[in-house]
Design a protein around this ligand. Structure first.
Ligand SMILES: NC(=O)C1=CN([C@@H]2O[C@H](COP(=O)(O)OP(=O)(O)OC[C@H]3O[C@@H](n4cnc5c(N)ncnc54)[C@H](O)[C@@H]3O)[C@@H](O)[C@H]2O)C=CC1
Ligand SMILES: O=C(O)CCC(=O)C(=O)O
Length: 636
C-alpha cells in the first residue's frame, strides 16, 4: 500500500512484553538459577516484583534494585538470554520487519531493561544501538552482574519520562507499550499518544488509560495509515470456533494475530445468527448447521471461509456458501483411521456379546460360557459406501479373515479380494455384518428402513458410524426387537445433543446388545490434533494467499507465495466476459500484471491477479463494481 508516513513522527517502543513476548529479567533469572534448589521460589519472587512494578504498584527504582539483587547472573547467562529472546520477538514485530527496517531512524526503544541484551535483539530487525535507551549492568572481574549504572535516568522512578524529556524530541511522539511506565510518557505530555500493546499482556490499569488499545503492531500501523505487512490487521478479523475444536486450531489462528473465540458446544440456527456477527472465519464440526437462513442474514456478511473440523460437510449449505463467495474446507482424511478402528472393535465386541458380559460382571455375576460368542473370522461383512473409510475397513477386515462385500453408488475398484455388489439388496441379503459408511448428503436420508432390514439375513450385526439420518431409527428398533438384528452399534443419530450437558433421547436406549456411542467415531486425540492443524492450515492459506486447494465448494487453486506484489482476488458469478472486464481495468490504469490465475466451477469464477506494488487506489473500487462480482479482496 502507499506509505502515508507522517513527517517527524517518532515511535517510542517498550521492549519487555512488547518488542518481545516475555519479561527479560524474569527469563534471565530462570536461566541463571537453573539447578539452584531455590530457583522456583526466587523466580516467582522476581516475577511478583516485575508485575507490581509494571502495574505501577511499587516504584520502579525499588523494583529494579530488588530484582537485580535476586538475580545472581553473569555474562554467560546474558549470552544465553539473548539467544532466547531472539526467538521471542513478538509475532507482529517480526511480520512488520520491513516497516521497522525502513523506519529504524524514527524508532526509539525506551526500556527500563538492559542494553546488554536489548541491543542484540532489536538489531535483528534493523534498529541501531544509538536508538536504544535502557539501563546497563555493571560486572565484577569474573563477569558476574554486580549492579547497574545508577546514574542512568531509566534506573530511576519515572525514568522513561525523564529520558524522554532529556531527548527533546521534535514533532509527534507516539508511545507503544504494555506497562504503566509507558503510559506515563503520555500522561506527562511528552508523548502525544499512547498505544497499549496487548499482543502478549493486557493490563486493565494500562489499557483504560490508553488512547488506543492495539492487539498487534499491525493495528498500530493500520490506525496511523503506515505501511504494513497485513492489508487489514488480523487483530480486527474475527474467528469463531465451535464444538470444542482442538486447542491447536486456536493457537494457529492466535499466532497469526486473529481475534479468536472458542465455544465448547454447537449452536442452533438462531444462536449462530447471533454469534456470526462480524465473523470472517467460522470453524465447526458435525453438529452446527450452517444453513441458508444463517448465511443470508446480514450478520453473516463478513464471512469469508468456513472450516468443517471433520470429514462430513452435509451440515453446511455448500451451494449457498459458493453463491456468496465463501470457501469451505474440511479434513477429508484426518479421522478416517479412528472410525475404522472403532468399527472393527465394535464388531468384535458385539459378536462376543461383551457389553452384556461386562455389565453382568459389574453386577457381580461370573458367567463363563461360550454361548452367543463368535469369531468374526470367516464371516461376511457388507460395506455400504466404499470411500476412504469403507476401503480401509475392507483391508483390515480382510486381514482379520473376513469376506468383504461392498456396495457404492459410484463404480469403485475392489481392494484385495473384496467383492463388488451391484445393488444394495444384493449386498444386504448375503452378509453377516452391515456397516454403513456413506456420506451425509440429503438423498441418503433413511436409505436403511423397514424394507432394507427385511432384505438382511437373520441375526445380522448392524453398524452405523456414518450419519444419523441415513437410518430410520424406528425400523432399526423394530429389527432389534424382532431379533432380526442380533447386535447393533450406533454412533450417529438424527438428533444429537448440542453439548455434553444435554440429555441423549433416543428409542435405541435400553435395547439389548446395542452399543451406543456419542458420535465419537472420529474423536481420538490423534485425529482431533491432526484436524486441529489441517483445517486451520487450509483456512490460513486461503486468508493469507488466496489458495483454495482442497476446498469442497470452490474453484480449486494452489497459488504461489505472494512476493513483492499485491494480490487481487476477484470472486464472481461465472458469466461470459468477466476476465476481459477485469483486465480492462488493469489496462486503463496501465498496471503491470505479474501473474494471473483463473479457475471456474459451473457457477463461480475465481480470478487472482498479482500486480506490481505501484497502483492507483481507484483500481480496487472499479474491480468491485464490475457486474456479477461476488467478493473482492486484496492481499499485500
Ligand atoms: N462417526 C464419526 O465420527 C464419523 C463419521 N464420518 C462419516 O463417514 C462418512 C464417510 O466418510 P469417508 O469414507 O471419508 O467419505 P467418502 O466420501 O470417502 O466415502 C463415502 C462413499 O459413500 C458413497 N455413497 C454415497 N451415498 C451412497 C449410497 N446411497 N449408497 C452407497 N454408497 C454411497 C460415495 O460414493 C463414497 O464412495 C462421512 O461422510 C461422514 O458422514 C466420518 C468421520 C467420522
Ligand atoms: O468429530 C466430529 O464432530 C464429527 C466427526 C464426523 O462425523 C466427521 O468427520 O464427519
Amino acid at each position: 500500500m502507499p506509505n502515508k508516513q507522517k513527517e517527524q513522527l517518532t515511535i517510542v517502543i517498550d521492549f519487555d512484553s512488547t518488542f518481545t513476548k516475555v519479561e527479560a529479567l524474569d527469563e534471565l533469572a530462570d536461566i541463571a538459577l537453573l539447578g539452584n534448589p531455590k530457583q522456583a521460589e526466587i523466580v516467582s519472587k522476581i516475577r511478583e516484583i516485575t508485575d507490581k512494578g509494571m502495574a505501577g504498584e511499587i516504584g520502579f527504582a525499588d523494583s529494579l534494585r530488588d530484582r537485580v539483587a535476586l538475580l545472581s547472573a553473569n555474562k554467560i547467562h546474558i549470552e544465553q538470554l539473548i539467544k532466547f529472546l531472539k526467538g521471542k520477538i513478538s509475532d507482529s514485530f517480526k511480520r512488520n520487519k520491513a516497516f521497522i527496517q525502513e523506519n529504524a531512524d524514527s524508532i526509539l526503544i525506551v526500556s527500563s531493561g538492559f542494553k546488554d541484551f536489548i541491543v542484540p535483539v532489536v538489531e535483528e530487525l534493523g534498529i541501531a544501538e544509538e536508538n536504544v535507551y535502557a539501563n546497563t549492568f555493571t560486572y565484577d572481574a569474573e563477569g558476574n552482574i554486580s549492579g547497574y549504572d545508577q546514574e542512568n535516568l531509566l534506573s530511576k522512578d519515572g525514568g522513561k519520562v525523564l529520558l524522554l524529556k532529556s531527548l527533546e524530541l521534535e514533532g509527534e511522539v507516539y508511545a507503544i507499550g504494555d506497562g504503566y511506565t509507558d503510559y506515563e510518557m503520555r500522561e506527562s505530555g511528552l508523548a502525544n499518544k499512547f498505544y497499549a500493546f496487548t499482543e502478549n499482556v493486557s493490563r486493565q490499569n494500562v489499557t483504560e488509560k490508553a488512547d488506543f488499545v492495539v492487539p498487534s503492531l499491525d493495528e498500530f500501523l493500520y490506525i496511523n495509515g503506515l505501511s504494513r505487512a497485513q492489508s487489514y490487521p488480523k487483530s480486527r478479523i474475527k474467528v469463531l470456533l465451535l464444538e470444542n475444536v482442538h486447542p491447536k486450531a486456536v493457537q494457529a489462528f492466535k499466532k497469526e494475530g486473529f481475534q479468536v473465540e472458542l465455544l465448547k458446544g454447537a449452536l442452533d440456527e438462531e444462536e449462530l445468527i447471533e454469534k456470526i456477527k462480524d465473523v470472517s472465519i467460522l470453524g465447526l464440526r458435525s453438529k452446527t448447521n450452517l444453513t441458508k437462513k444463517v448465511l443470508e442474514h446480514p450478520n453473516a456478511s463478513r464471512l469469508m471461509c468456513v472450516g468443517a473440523f471433520c470429514i462430513g460437510t452435509n451440515q453446511i449449505d455448500l451451494a449457498e456458501c459458493e453463491k456468496r463467495g465463501i470457501a469451505v474446507f474440511n479434513a477429508p482424511y484426518s479421522n478416517t483411521r479412528s472410525v475404522v478402528e472403532l468399527s472393527i472393535g465394535l464388531m468384535i465386541m458385539l459378536t462376543r456379546n461383551i457389553v452384556e458380559k461386562s455389565n453382568r460382571m459389574h453386577a457381580g455375576v461370573w458367567d463363563k460360557s461360550a454361548t452367543n460368542s463368535y469369531e468374526i473370522r470367516g464371516k461376511k461383512i457388507g460395506l455400504v459406501g466404499y470411500g476412504n473409510i469403507g476401503t480401509q475397513i475392507s483391508v483390515l477386515a480382510e486381514a482379520l479373515g473376513m469376506e468383504v462385500y461392498f456396495y457404492d453408488i459410484v463404480d469403485k475398484l475392489a481392494l484385495g479380494n473384496a467383492k463388488k455388489c451391484n445393488t444394495l439388496k444384493e449386498l444386504l441379503s448375503q452378509v453377516d455384518f452391515v456397516s454403513l459408511h456413506v456420506d451425509g448428503r440429503k438423498s441418503n436420508t433413511n436409505i436403511i428402513g423397514e424394507e432394507q432390514f427385511s432384505w438382511m439375513k437373520e441375526n445380522v450385526i448392524f453398524l452405523n458410524l456414518s450419519r444419523g439420518h441415513v437410518v430410520e431409527i424406528s425400523a432399526l428398533v423394530n429389527a432389534i426387537k424382532s431379533g432380526k438384528v442380533w447386535g447393533a452399534a450406533v454412533d450417529v443419530f438424527p438428533y444429537e445433543p448440542k453439548t455434553n450437558d444435554e440429555e441423549f433421547v433416543n428409542d435405541l436406549r435400553g435395547l439389548p446388545n446395542v452399543i451406543l456411542t456419542p458420535h465419537i467415531g472420529g474423536s481420538t486425540e490423534e485425529a482431533q490434533a491432526n484436524i486441529g492443524e489441517f483445517v486451520p492450515s487450509k483456512l490460513l492459506q486461503f486468508m493469507n494467499n488466496g489458495s483454495t486447494y482442497g476446498s469442497v465448494n470452490f474453484p480449486e487453486l494452489q497459488l504461489p507465495p505472494l512476493e513483492n506484489a499485491h494480490r487481487l482476488l476477484h470472486i464472481h458469478q461465472n458469466v461470459p466476459g468477466i476476465l476481459a472486464k477485469i483486465n480492462n481495468v488493469f489496462a486503463k490504469y496501465s498496471v503491470n500484471i505479474i501473474g494471473q490465475y483463473l479457475k471456474t466451477t459451473e457457477k463461480t469464477g475465481y480470478v487472482i491477479t498479482d500486480i506490481s506494488k505501484e497502483y492507483a487506489e481507484e483500481i480496487a473500487k472499479e474491480l468491485k463494481e464490475i457486474d456479477n462480482t461476488i467478493k473482492f479482496r486484496m492481499l499485500y
